[in-house]
Design a protein around this ligand. Structure first.
Ligand SMILES: Nc1ncnc2c1ncn2[C@@H]1O[C@H](COP(=O)(O)OP(=O)(O)OP(=O)(O)O)[C@@H](O)[C@H]1O
Length: 299
């Protein structure tokens, strides 16, 4: 559905040139697709180009055969696209229904009776019909995010793009939101950008990991996980000294016998007592970044 070839985007700011996307190639099909990568990897830039908000510096993007470099292509894509940016400005004094209706007008749904049906339909899809006449200012973070999805869905898009939608949500809201996206992906493409590895593992069959504006990995969550097998250890010590820097600490657990480190790296040779364990998705991500020479030390 989406074909991206040698896509580059350069920003100039304060005399510096930033290569946000650097000859990026990517093919994305139907269903739910994850875009994973550290802050600054280029995810938002890629989504903004796909959504037609910024122009690429070089390269080509085709969505359902429509070339985003042409006016006709842009118009065609607009009619099949829904976009939820990281920060969507909402009018807090409006009710959910008023806001989604307003966005529907902006998207060109001119027929009032069709628009009303469509607004109610999307509010129902996101589970907000019962709250539709409450002011947005009284909504929780998760509810606001659902209003955001409702406005993105109001033109019944075949491609839904969501940028970091679960940031700042509590665990219950996050799970609910993730499940909503999976349901929506049953009959459309949903492109989900996040830096939360767990969100991708729970929802996407396919994913790409971006770093420095390029694709480091393209495949399934289980392929990303499997690549790390043989490179993950648990090591328990009562010493206060952290394991050496050739190993990345993925997590730490305080036990009665000391601190248990989960470590990812080429070899745990310096720690003969370390026990090799099965990799998880987060280990796969850390191993990928480490193999590419990127620092992923969160601790
Ligand atoms: N409008 C802009 N002007 C200058 N530089 C920019 C602009 N937008 C993004 N950048 C730079 O481009 C690079 C990629 O940013 P982008 O926001 O696309 O990454 P990201 O993966 O979405 O990160 P995050 O998760 O932090 O949003 C970063 O170095 C960023 O500072």
């Amino acid at each position: 559905m989406i074909s991206i070839k040698s896509l580059s985007k350069t920003y100039k700011s304060n005399g510096h040139v930033v290569n946000a996307l650097n000859h990026l190639d990517l093919e994305i099909g139907g269903g739910m697709f994850g875009l994973l990568g550290p802050n600054g990897a280029g995810k938002t830039t890629l989504m903004r180009i796909l959504a037609g908000i910024v122009n690429a510096s070089n390269g080509s993007v085709k969505i359902n055969g429509n070339d985003l470099a042409t006016d006709n292509g842009k118009t065609a894509v607009k009619s099949i696209l829904g976009y939820l940016p990281q920060e969507l400005g909402m009018y807090p004094e409006l009710s959910a229904r008023q806001f989604v209706d307003y966005m529907a007008i902006l998207k060109g749904l001119d027929d009032p009776s069709h628009r009303k049906l469509q607004v109610d339909k999307v509010l129902e899809m996101v589970g907000l019909l019962a709250e539709a006449d409450r002011k947005i200012k009284g909504f929780s973070g998760g509810m606001k995010r659902r209003v955001g999805i409702a406005q993105a869905l109001v033109n019944n898009p075949k491609l839904l793009i969501v940028d970091e939608p679960t940031a700042g949500l509590d665990p219950e809201e996050r799970i609910r939101f993730r499940n909503l996206l999976v349901t929506l992906a049953s009959d459309r493409t949903v492109l989900l950008s996040t830096h939360i590895v767990e969100d991708i593992g729970q929802t996407c069959r396919d994913l790409a990991v971006l770093s420095h504006g390029q694709v480091l990995f393209r495949g399934s969550p289980s392929e990303l996980t499997q690549n790390a097998n043989g490179h993950v250890w648990l090591y328990t010590t009562d010493s206060m000294e952290k394991p050496n820097h050739n190993l990345t600490v993925v997590s730490m657990l305080h036990l009665t016998e000391g601190i248990q480190y989960r470590l990812v790296g080429e070899s745990a040779g310096d720690y003969p007592d370390a026990k090799q364990v099965q990799a998880g998705l987060e280990d796969g991500y850390v191993w990928l970044m480490k193999s590419a020479g990127q620092s992923v030390d969160a601790m």
